[in-house]
Design a binder for this molecule. Structure first.
Ligand code: HEC
Length: 171
């Protein structure tokens, strides 16, 4: 094969890729319902993009300490803004949480985000996670409130009794 033949074949091959992509979307083959299975590689591409952005931008240190009043304030904010999707211990998941794609992880049961630095949770809370149903709270909550929530979630497996009680209290 001549170099020229190879070159034109290669370019023609490349040019068909966007066409195939367009046809996939155009004929309604791509999953758009929250109940549909993820697209090929959707999860790994989304995770790679998210983690790269967080490594670059998430703050490393909290400007406030995880004192009992801060954790308690975090628990109150969590109940108000997060529990509807991320759940409370011993409470059945809401209709909103059940209908989301991807599914919001339980943050107060099991590991939650106790294995993530609080700065990472702060970044996700402030900025949200695009195309997932995870809202950004940067326009509604103060940085202090978002740190209080993030510190509470980082310590969710070893919270003082007063904070556990706040999270277990019935509405
Ligand atoms: C409307 C539903 C909804 C609300 C309300 C919501 N989230 Fe989320 N959240 C999600 C979804 C869905 C995901 C999963 C995103 C994904 O898979 O990438 C998520 C992911 C997260 C994660 C990443 C979890 C992990 O395992 O890495 C954190 C942290 C988080 N949310 C914190 C919060 C906080 C804090 C609040 C309240 C201030 C909140 N979320 C409110 C839907 C919600």
């Amino acid at each position: 094969m001549t170099f020229k033949g190879f070159f034109f074949g290669f370019v023609a091959g490349l040019a068909t890729l966007p066409v195939l992509g367009y046809l996939y979307l155009h004929f309604g083959l791509a999953p758009v319902a929250t109940s549909a299975a993820p697209m090929p590689m959707e999860r790994s591409l989304a995770r790679t993009a998210l983690h790269a952005a967080i490594d670059r931008n998430a703050p490393k240190d909290s400007p406030i300490q995880p004192t009992e009043p801060n954790l308690l304030a975090g628990a109150k904010q969590y109940r108000e803004h997060c529990a509807v999707c991320h759940g409370l211990p011993g409470v059945e998941r809401t209709a909103i949480a059940k209908g989301e794609f991807p599914q919001p992880p339980e943050l107060l049961v099991g590991t939650g985000v106790t294995d993530d630095p609080a700065g990472e949770t702060f970044w996700k809370t402030k900025n949200g996670i695009r195309l997932t149903g995870m809202p950004g709270f940067g326009a509604s909550l103060s940085d202090e409130q978002m740190w209080q929530i993030s510190l509470m979630l980082a310590k969710a497996d070893k919270l003082p009794a007063s904070v556990q009680q706040e999270l277990r209290a019935r509405p």
